[in-house]
Design a binder for this molecule. Structure first.
Ligand code: 8NA
Ligand code: MG
Ligand code: MG
Ligand code: MG
Length: 369
C-alpha cells in the first residue's frame, strides 16, 4: 500500500508537469485536432541528446515554489512562499505568467515582503484576481495535507491569497486541491471502479460548506468583503453572484459525465477553457472523470492509457491548454500513479526529476515513511 501511495504522490506532481509541458505548445488555440497532437508527440519522441526537453511554464515554476516552501518550512509560511514566487519570477520572467500577476511580484519585491497579501488585494480595482493561477500550482498542498482536510483547505486558501483574492480565484484553488486529495486517497479495490458520481458529490458536499460560509473571506481579504457588498448591489439576479458557485459548476460536471460522449464544443460552452478559475477548474475535473472511459478520436494516441488520455483530451479542448492539462494531469497522476505517465513523456519534459524528489519529500512529511 505505502509504495502505491508514494507512486501516487510522484504521479500527481509529474502529471502536472507533463500537462503543462505538452499543453504549452497549444495554449490559446481555439481548436486542437488529433493529428496536430499526434505530430507533436512524434516530434517530442524524436528529440534526442542535449536540449531535448520540452519546457515548462509558469504553472510548473509556481508549483515548484509551493512544494519547496512547504518542504523547507514543514508548514505553510506565507512570506517564505511569496518570496519564492517573486524570486523565481525575477530569475525566469519568460515562463508565460498571467498578465496581471507579475504586478504582485513587483510589489512584493519593492515592499520587501512587508505584507505579502497587500498587493494581491489591490488587483483589479480591489476585486482581486480570479485567474486560475491559484489552482494551477496547488497540487503540493494536497500532498502535504493529505490527511487533514481542514488544514488542506486553509493552506490552499492562504497560499492562493498571495496572488488571488477574488473568491472565485481562491475557492477554485481549494476545489482543485480537494480533487487531487480525493484522487490520491481513493482506495483502489480490485474490479471496483471509482464512482464518478460519488467523486463529484463528495466535492459538492465539501464546497457547499466552504461556499456557504458567511464570512468565507478571512483575515487576508478585506477587499473581498467590500467586493461582496458591491456585488450584492450591482449584480442582483446575476447567476454568477450566487453563493454556491462551484457547487453548481460541479452539478454541470456530473450531468455532462452522465451523458457519456459529449461533443467538445458543448464542454467548452458549458464548463469553459479559459484562464478564469471558474472556467477551467471544473473543466479539469471533468477531463479526469470523462477519460476513465475511452475517447474515440484519441484511441490512436493514448494507447489505452487513461492518464495520457486525460492530458491529451484536456489539450484537445483548446484554450488554456497548459493549465487545464496540468490540473487534470495532477488529479489523474494522484489516482493512477507515476507508472501511468508514459516514459517518453517523463524523459522529455523539463523538471520531472525535481518534481519526483519533491514528491518523495512531501510523502515523507505526510506519512513519516
Ligand atoms: P492573473 O492573476 O494575471 O490572471 C490572469 C488573467 O485573468 C488576467 O490577466 C485577466 O485577464 C483575468 N482576470 C483575473 N481576475 C480578473 C478580474 N477580477 N477582472 C477581470 N479580469 C480578471 O494570472 P494567473 O496566474 O491567474 O494566470 C494564470 C494563467 O496565466 C495560466 O493560464 C498561465 O498559463 C498563464 N497564461 C499565460 C499565457 C501566455 O501568454 N503564455 C496565456 C494565458 C495564460
Ligand atoms: Mg502556463
Ligand atoms: Mg503597492
Ligand atoms: Mg495557461
Amino acid at each position: 500500500h505505502s509504495k502505491t501511495m508514494c507512486s501516487r504522490f510522484i504521479g500527481s506532481l509529474v502529471g502536472a508537469i507533463v500537462g503543462d509541458c505538452i499543453g504549452a505548445d497549444f495554449e490559446c488555440r481555439p481548436f486542437v485536432d488529433t493529428l496536430h497532437l499526434s505530430n507533436f508527440l512524434t516530434s517530442m519522441a524524436g528529440k534526442t541528446g542535449r536540449g531535448n526537453k520540452v519546457s515548462y511554464t509558469d504553472d510548473t515554476a509556481m508549483t515548484r515554489s509551493v512544494a519547496d516552501s512547504l518542504i523547507s518550512k514543514k508548514a505553510f509560511n506565507a512570506s517564505d512562499m511569496a518570496m519564492r514566487f517573486a524570486e523565481e519570477y525575477f530569475q525566469n520572467p519568460g515562463r508565460g505568467y498571467g498578465a496581471n500577476v507579475v504586478q504582485v511580484f513587483q510589489d512584493l519585491h519593492v515592499d520587501r515582503y512587508a505584507d505579502v497579501y497587500q498587493s494581491a488585494r489591490e488587483q483589479f480595482g480591489g476585486t482581486g484576481s480570479y485567474g486560475n493561477g491559484g489552482g494551477m500550482r496547488i497540487a503540493p498542498v494536497a500532498l502535504f495535507a493529505m490527511n487533514d482536510t481542514e488544514k488542506l483547505i486553509q493552506i490552499a486558501r492562504d497560499s492562493t491569497l498571495i496572488t488571488h483574492t477574488n473568491k472565485k480565484g481562491y475557492n477554485g484553488a481549494i476545489l482543485q486541491c480537494l480533487a487531487v486529495q480525493q484522487a490520491l486517497t481513493h482506495q483502489h479495490a480490485p474490479s471496483v471502479r471509482l464512482s464518478r458520481e460519488k467523486f463529484v458529490e463528495d466535492l459538492q458536499e465539501k464546497m457547499k460548506k466552504i461556499e456557504g460560509k458567511l464570512d468565507d473571506a478571512n483575515k487576508a481579504t478585506k477587499a473581498s468583503e467590500e467586493e461582496a457588498k458591491v456585488k450584492d448591489v450591482k449584480t442582483q439576479g446575476d447567476p454568477s453572484s450566487k453563493d454556491f458557485f462551484y457547487v453548481e459548476y460541479l452539478q454541470k460536471v456530473k450531468t455532462l459525465i452522465s451523458y457519456g460522449d459529449v461533443p467538445r464544443i458543448k464542454i467548452k460552452h458549458v464548463l469553459g477553457v479559459g484562464i478564469a478559475a471558474h472556467r477551467s477548474i471544473p473543466t479539469a475535473i471533468y477531463c479526469f472523470l470523462r477519460c476513465m472511459e475511452p475517447v474515440e478520436d484519441l484511441r490512436n494516441i493514448d494507447h489505452g492509457n487513461a492518464l495520457a488520455r486525460t492530458v491529451l483530451y484536456a489539450i484537445s479542448l483548446g484554450g488554456d491548454t497548459d493549465t487545464i492539462a496540468s490540473m487534470a494531469g495532477s488529479i489523474a497522476g494522484a489516482y493512477y500513479g507515476i507508472e501511468s505517465v508514459p516514459s517518453m513523456w517523463q524523459d522529455r519534459c523539463e523538471g520531472v526529476e525535481c518534481a519526483t524528489s519533491q514528491a518523495k519529500e512531501l510523502y515523507h512529511l505526510a506519512t513519516g515513511d
